[in-house]
Design a protein around this ligand. Structure first.
Ligand SMILES: [Zn+2]
Length: 179
């Protein structure tokens, strides 16, 4: 059945029509390689927009989660259609550090450009204290070690602002160019 092209999520997947053309079984939209990339890019843009919302309430966390999953889904589909081999060592594309007031701890989420390899951690929780943050520096996962530096950076900033009687931010996103 032909459905609305604009609103179709191509949820049943795309089929290869010819070498570099793909077709949705539901809406019959055809995409070339560039169209496929733009389709992935649109999901990335939607996710980044969700991040720019400063107030991180429970609802916006759900929205971010959904949009991140959509990015992964589209990328996975793109890589499969284009037969791109999975990377062995994934580099994070983004790290989100949020401060949990009730626990006095940081929650750190690591996002990967590739679908995350099974052995990579996606979430790290650590008490908001120097010694516990520094312990992460000797973690076996190199990306957790990388994240520990970012948690430390955010912790230093928050402490400085608290000392100055300023309101410290509750979350900070580190993009790939800062990692
Ligand atoms: Zn479709």
């Amino acid at each position: 059945m032909k459905s609305d092209t604009e609103n179709c999520a191509h949820s049943r997947g795309l089929q290869v029509v010819s070498g570099s053309e793909f077709r949705c079984q539901d809406c019959e939209q055809r995409l070339d390689v560039g169209g496929l990339e733009r389709w992935v890019w649109a999901a990335e843009k939607a996710r980044d927009e969700a991040y720019s919302v400063v107030e991180g309430d429970e609802f916006s966390e759900i929205v971010i989660d959904q949009r991140q999953r959509e990015v992964y889904r589209r990328r996975r589909m793109m890589y499969e259609l284009r037969n791109v081999p999975r990377m062995v060592a994934a580099r994070p594309e983004m790290i989100l550090v949020s401060y949990d007031f009730t626990e006095d701890a940081y929650e750190c989420r690591i996002f990967y450009k590739e679908p995350r390899p099974a052995w990579e951690l996606e979430r790290v929780n650590v008490k908001a204290a120097f010694n516990t943050i520094l312990e992460l520096r000797s973690h076996p996962d190199p990306n957790v070690r990388l994240a520990s530096g970012k948690i430390e950076e955010f912790h230093v900033l928050r402490r400085r602002l608290v000392k100055q009687d300023a309101l410290p931010p509750s979350r900070r996103v580190f993009y790939q160019n800062e990692l």
